[in-house]
Design a protein around this ligand. Structure first.
Ligand code: ZN
Length: 311
């Protein structure tokens, strides 16, 4: 029997042939969930934590998150990739940003667009409202039936916080008009450096519960009847050449110390020297200069009526 097979049902496709990949250790941070098992599904490609974190505690954390917790004026490549797509859509648009925080992305939209947001943080949604965003509620359930015709729905760095990605994305796609686009950005668990550090990659923040790759989006698009209009890997932040070198050097040092740690004699020698401190690194240093994020645009089919007109 294959010992890597564990009896945990996939949270995405319900397959029972999931695989145990290892233990992800708890990180310092705002949310403490303890160590968790990383489970991978060979059918749909998703990775997820098991057991599932305390969702009520997470919701409370997000609800009480201040609007100043994350800067909203920093450069974000996913915002600009989305704006490049939106520029070519027939204007004016109705755009919903799911997890809009203080409305930083919606404020970048061309004038004339109608801006809508879903946001748990009370402080951040108050700021978004001041900026002209119509906050529809805290969760997708709060959206009134009259809002079912968005031209575009965006989710930036949100899907990895969900434990019901299929249900959420399916519900969101129903809110799109025929021909509308669902735009998602998230980490790419198939990126090279992630695969080289499968259990220690920096992206395993305690609040990140599910992990995606291009394969999962292909699986989901087919299941949901959506067309993949764009799918590309990207570097999330703007990093200088010096910053890139620094990150690369830190990662090389991390890999070197991990190699020493695995070797008993070297562990003894390293313990004598000052750099032994680095042996306590359990998490690879944060990388923002490498292409380890995915940008995906899923398009809903035009209605049959519209297709007739086009023909
Ligand atoms: Zn699955």
């Amino acid at each position: 029997m294959d010992e890597t097979i564990v009896a945990v049902k996939c949270i995405s496709c319900a397959s029972e042939n999931t695989r145990f990949e290892g233990i992800v250790s708890q990180r310092p941070g705002r949310f403490q969930s303890g160590d968790s098992t990383l489970v991978q599904c060979p059918v749909c490609g998703i990775r997820f934590r098991h057991p599932v974190a305390d969702l009520a505690a997470l919701e409370e954390l997000y609800t009480n998150t201040a609007h100043t917790t994350w800067p909203d004026d920093d450069f974000r490549r996913d915002h600009y990739l989305a704006l490049n797509l939106i520029r070519y859509m027939p204007q004016p648009l109705g755009v919903l940003d799911f997890g809009c925080y203080s409305g930083a992305f919606l404020c970048k939209l061309p004038s004339g667009c109608r801006r809508y947001g879903i946001e748990l943080s009370e402080s951040a949604s108050a700021v978004a409202r001041q900026r002209g965003v119509e906050i529809l509620g805290k969760t997708i359930k709060a959206i009134d039936a009259k809002y079912d015709n968005f031209d575009c729905i965006t989710m930036f760095d949100v899907i990895e916080h969900l434990t019901t990605p299929v249900e959420t994305l399916t519900s969101l796609s129903k809110l799109l008009r025929p021909g509308g686009t669902l735009i998602i950005s998230t980490g790419d668990s198939d990126s090279l450096l992630w695969r080289l550090h499968p259990m220690s990659y920096y992206y395993y923040y305690n609040e990140h519960l599910t992990f995606y790759n291009a394969r999962w989006f292909r699986w989901f698009a087919q299941r949901a009847g959506l067309r993949i209009a764009v799918q590309r890997r990207f570097v999330r932040d703007k990093v200088t050449f010096g910053g890139t070198l620094r990150q690369f050097a830190l990662l090389a040092l991390y890999d070197f110390t991990q190699m020493l740690y695995r070797c008993r004699v070297s562990r003894f020698v390293a313990g004598v020297f000052p750099f032994s401190k680095t042996l306590r690194w359990t998490v690879a240093p944060q990388l923002s200069a490498f292409p380890d994020h995915l940008f995906v645009a899923l398009q809903k089919e035009e209605s049959n009526e519209n297709r007739h007109c086009d023909d």
